[in-house]
Design a protein around this ligand. Sequence first.
Ligand SMILES: [Zn+2]
Length: 94
Amino acid sequence: MKMPCPMCQSKTKLHSGAQVDRYVWEHIFCCTNPYCGCTFVVSGEIRRILRPPKVPNPEVNLPVSARAAKRRENKEKREAAAAALPMCSPFRTL
Ligand SMILES: [Zn+2]
């Protein structure tokens, strides 16, 4: 992750990082400009699921994006429509 210094826009180096909780991380960055020397904290958060996992974890409670929810709804409709069709063989017997 590249993060420019908020003060002088110089390159920074990742100093350290830690997971705050299941969904939030914090990283400490240091400016490489010796005339600046700024050190700052950047946080990152998991906010929503774009593609639901094949094996959901019941302990994880993250919202699913509207687009992913619509995709899942369409898939369920297709599966229901396919289940309603009579079974037929792709191989014809003459
Ligand atoms: Zn700086």
